[in-house]
Design a protein around this ligand. Structure first.
Ligand code: BGC
Ligand code: BGC
Length: 744
């Protein structure tokens, strides 16, 4: 049985064919819209056939030009005229970081998408194009979308189930704009905070990043691409070693032995592959001097062979024409990348040249036809899986989810769970809601600064770039009397009458390249001057640090009574206020080791360096409610309470030196639905470090994991899966026992 398609229910094949005839008929202006599909469904158009059969059938009908087109991805703005999508049979379109539509709203994005898709549908075989975008913390190119914390903040939550829910919310918003594919998640393990993409990383340890691969299930659906409505293809990027370059230089060289490369940078990719990720993007960087885009061993042998990745590999933006270090494609670069295992090339501009070069390399035998067919098989399998052939146009039912109240509430929860309290001298936090407060700092009232790069534009920008709640607004909404809150960006006008001063300071937006900090890593002059004014007033200073990474703040820290690392929270600043006022106690833990000085970079857990705050550090205070992980209980009508029968099986999903990750699947082997379950196993010398989709207790050398509120219900014959990471060896892992409950 095939899973349901991404865009909802399967449509009768004849209806699809009829629709295409209508569609092509209405596009008489386009040259290649001429050949309408036959009235009788061809096997590849028959959604009831297995995907493999559909792919075989379609491949047998494709010319070399059709196949090369499928391997070509061009930037929307480079495709002039738009009918080139049909003329050149382009398989994919993307919007780069500065790609936009006008006016920028979800509706225009959806209309633009549908217009481009109609071009693809107007070709003789009507193969839909797949549209990709960097939805890396929300549908972040779309004005009005919910902007979630960047990955570094999500790493601080240590909550993979929350991150999966965020993936789902992002997929819904992205689907509402028509877009099929996100260039996310970045599964980079950022080892040097000088790297300007550190905030795209969930953290510095392979364990933490690996645990967050749950976001893939959020984007695609737990059953893989097309397994839920509004399923969006995910991209594990940037394979491999992007976060391990020397000096943290973007697109640099990762100089490591193979064992260390595998131990530190491979586990998250393995986890994503195990979850059925549809695509993998290669890294611009090199491994020991050899660029990934030409690295056959790492791409074909390791990723596709050893890990068994059966999705497709996409190159990074113009990365193939960087292979020889000169701008402009050459035939050698194209054949090198494709033969190394690149299936789709993010050209992104000169698609005509790329197509003619690849055609030449096939015709002269340097790229074997078997490689072209393999690439096409991989790409088409994902397109069929997503349901693109059945529902190629935007599902407008999701357009209204863009920036919805529900998604903003989820983002606010993520913001509060991502706050890491690093210092709280004399218990200055939580602040009283009746306090007289002075708020200052360049990021207190700035959605752009709070959102960082990859928000409305590639590098991001300060200011009112999209609707949201700033930290200042969140504070004003939380206090009893907003007139007791004074805001002055530079700290001017503060006097001794205030209970506390809240300074919201840190980094201004940046992305790849420009974000690298090879020199000093401290606060800028404006922040230092603002802080000096606050300090001079004698009022206790609470610093909220808005930044994409730990900063070099050791010299100023003694002046501050409290320090809250807010990372790049996005549009829902109310989540910061939730923690400042104790409506929710802080629970975030450092995803990165915090340097004592920039000269310590790189500094990471276990390297013996004397950190200012260690990896995992995070204080709390006793008031407020705990974060509520993952509600949505599944109502299961059940008979009288009683025992249920179940089995549990454990599968190791990745290993690294000193630890591993495993999935445990609970199966209801009885005839009545389970309303709860509990599994238990002997730990031996292992320790469990993280559990998701389950609640852990350990006692007497045994680990017990029970269901959470939302995943206790298991139909007869059904399964649920939870995951965990552990220290120790995965060898000889015992089979867990399982106890089930039925009834309520
Ligand atoms: C694009 C980005 C791309 C970058 C690479 C920018 O113009 O918008 O998507 O990553 O160029 O140089
Ligand atoms: C970045 C990728 C991104 C691509 C498309 C590149 O410059 O490295 O992460 O997906 O541009 O925007």
């Amino acid at each position: 049985m095939r899973p349901p398609t991404r865009r909802g229910r399967l449509t009768a094949v004849l209806a699809v064919t009829a629709a295409l005839i209508t569609l092509t008929g209405s596009m008489s202006a386009q040259p290649s819209a001429a050949a309408a599909p036959q009235a009788a469904a061809l096997p590849y158009q028959d959604a009831s056939l297995p995907v493999d059969d559909r792919v075989d059938d379609l491949l047998s009908r494709m010319t070399l030009d059709d196949k090369i087109g499928q391997m070509t991805q061009a930037d929307k703005d480079a495709i002039v005229p738009a009918s080139d999508i049909a003329t050149y049979r382009l398989g994919s379109v993307l919007s780069g970081g500065d790609g936009t539509v006008s006016p920028n709203n979800a509706q225009t994005w959806a209309d633009t998408y549908d217009g481009l898709q109609r071009q693809a549908l107007g070709t003789p075989l009507a193969i839909p194009m797949i549209y990709g975008i960097d939805a890396v913390h929300g549908a972040n190119a779309v004005r009005g979308a919910t902007i979630f914390p960047h990955n570094i903040g999500l790493g601080a939550t240590r909550d993979p189930a929350l991150v999966q829910r965020i993936g789902r919310a992002v997929a819904e918003e992205v689907s509402g704009t028509g877009v099929d594919w996100t260039f996310a998640p970045c599964l980079c393990v950022a080892r040097n905070d000088r790297w300007g993409r550190t905030y795209e990383s969930f953290g510095e340890t392979p364990e933490l990043v690996t645990s967050m691969a749950t976001v893939v299930d959020g984007f695609q659906g737990p059953g893989g691409p097309g397994s839920v409505p509004a399923s969006v293809l995910a991209t594990a990027k940037h394979y491999i070693g992007d976060g391990g370059t020397t000096n943290g230089t973007d697109q640099g060289n990762t100089q490591l032995g193979e064992a260390e490369l595998r131990a530190v940078h491979l586990p998250p990719f393995k986890a994503a592959v195990d979850r059925g990720v549809g695509s993998v993007m290669l890294s611009y960087s090199s491994w020991n001097g050899v660029k990934l885009h030409g690295h056959k061993y790492l791409v074909t042998d390791l990723l596709k062979g050893e890990l068994g990745f059966d999705g497709f590999v996409v190159s990074d933006w113009a990365a193939v024409d960087q292979l020889d270090g000169q701008t402009g494609f050459t035939a050698e670069e194209v054949s090198k990348a494709v033969n190394a295992g690149v299936d789709m090339v993010m050209v992104p501009h000169d698609y005509k040249k790329f197509i003619s070069l690849l055609r030449g390399e096939v015709n002269n035998g340097r790229v074997p036809m078997s490689r072209i067919d393999d690439a096409n098989r991989r790409i088409l399998t994902q397109k069929f899986g997503l349901g693109l052939f059945e529902k190629p146009l935007t599902d407008r039912a999701y357009t209204s989810t863009v920036g919805s109240a529900e998604h903003r509430a989820l983002a606010r929860q993520a913001v509060r769970q991502s706050q890491v309290l690093l210092k709280n001298e004399g218990g200055v936090l939580p602040l009283a809601k009746s306090a007289k407060l002075f708020v200052a700092g360049k990021s207190a009232d700035d959605i752009g600064n709070m959102s960082g790069g990859w928000t409305m534009s590639w590098q991001g920008r300060s200011g009112d770039i999209t609707p949201g709640t700033t930290v200042l607004e969140g504070i004003r909404e939380s206090v009893n009397d907003p007139s007791r809150v004074t805001f002055e960006r530079y700290g001017n006008g503060i006097d001794g009458s205030y209970t506390a001063a809240v300074a919201v300071v840190g980094e201004t937006p940046y992305a790849e390249g420009r974000g690298d900090r090879p020199g000093a890593m401290g606060l800028d002059q404006e922040d230092l001057q603002t802080l000096a004014k606050l300090k001079a007033s004698g009022v206790p200073v609470v610093v909220v640090l808005v930044s994409g990474r730990p900063l070099d703040i050791a010299a100023q820290l003694p002046d501050w009574r409290a320090l809250l690392a807010a990372w790049l929270p996005g549009t829902e600043g109310g989540g910061v206020a939730d923690v400042l006022f104790g409506d929710h106690r802080p629970t975030g833990k450092l995803p990165m080791t915090w340097m004592r000085s920039a000269s310590q970079q790189p500094i990471n857990q276990g390297d013996g360096k004397d950190a200012l705050f260690p990896y995992g550090h995070g204080l709390t205070y006793g008031t407020g409610t705990d974060p509520t992980p993952t509600p949505t209980p599944t109502p299961t009508p059940t008979p009288a309470p009683g025992p249920g029968s179940c089995t549990a099986t454990a599968k190791v999903t990745s290993t690294w030196s000193g630890g591993f990750q495993a999935d445990v699947t609970v199966r209801n082997t009885g005839t009545t639905p389970l309303t709860g379950w509990s599994t238990s196993w002997d730990l031996g010398s292992r320790t469990v470090t993280n559990v998701w989709n389950g609640a852990l207790t350990t006692a007497g050398g045994r680990a017990t994991v029970r269901n959470l509120a939302w995943n206790g219900g298991v139909a007869a014959g059904g399964t649920v899966t939870f995951g965990y990471t552990a220290n120790g060896s995965a060898d000889g892992l015992p089979v867990p026992s399982c106890t089930g409950t039925t009834g309520t």
